[in-house]
Design a protein around this ligand. Structure first.
Ligand SMILES: [Zn+2]
Length: 178
């Protein structure tokens, strides 16, 4: 029985493999610029360094605090990843279920919501599932950012979420650092 469970686990990794590979490529770009790696429950978490800074400078539509690609989770910092780990791990399970089909299905779901006049992030069926099992970044406090007392929360259809100062949408005030 153990060998069957092991085989199923291997198959999940292989099925999500092409997306994981994409995540690994981004990780390879991030690591020389100070990002650090953690292993957690069979996933690779990559965050921090100048990589996080770059994400914060992306055009608003592309900003996110974390994005899951197969079994790789990339984020602005490890504090953010820890705060929303349960959410991101639901996405990992989704990659294991849908494999390479996940990204086009995710985009299709967001497009459908957009054309129906709904929020393409919060209305996305995969995000709703992740929100029902873990934190929902678009609806609750964003992770704290060192040196900042407030952040914005904005939606994003391809990653998770979001935050950043001085933009439109919802503002969340955090405690000032002591
Ligand atoms: Zn998500």
């Amino acid at each position: 029985m153990q060998i069957v469970c092991f085989a199923v686990r291997v198959m999940r990794y292989l099925w999500a493999g092409p997306c994981t590979l994409l995540g690994l490529l981004l990780a390879l770009v991030a690591l020389p610029f100070g990002a650090t790696v953690r292993l957690d429950e069979g996933t690779l978490e990559v965050a921090g360094g100048r990589f996080g800074t770059w994400i914060s400078r992306l055009p608003r539509f592309f900003q996110f605090y974390a994005i899951t690609l197969g079994h790789v989770i990339l984020g602005i910092d490890h504090t953010s990843l820890l705060a929303h780990r349960a959410h991101e791990h639901v996405h990992v399970r989704q990659y294991e279920r849908w494999g390479v089909l996940f990204i086009p299905l995710y985009c299709a779901s967001s497009l459908l919501q957009f054309f129906c006049g709904h929020d393409p992030y919060l209305g996305n069926r995969f995000e709703r599932e992740a929100c029902s099992h873990g934190s929902c970044p678009g609806e609750m406090s964003a992770p704290s950012i060192p040196g900042q007392t407030s952040v914005k929360v904005v939606s994003h259809p391809t990653g998770s979420n979001i935050r950043f100062p001085n933009k439109k949408r919802k503002t969340i005030f955090l405690k000032k650092p002591q």
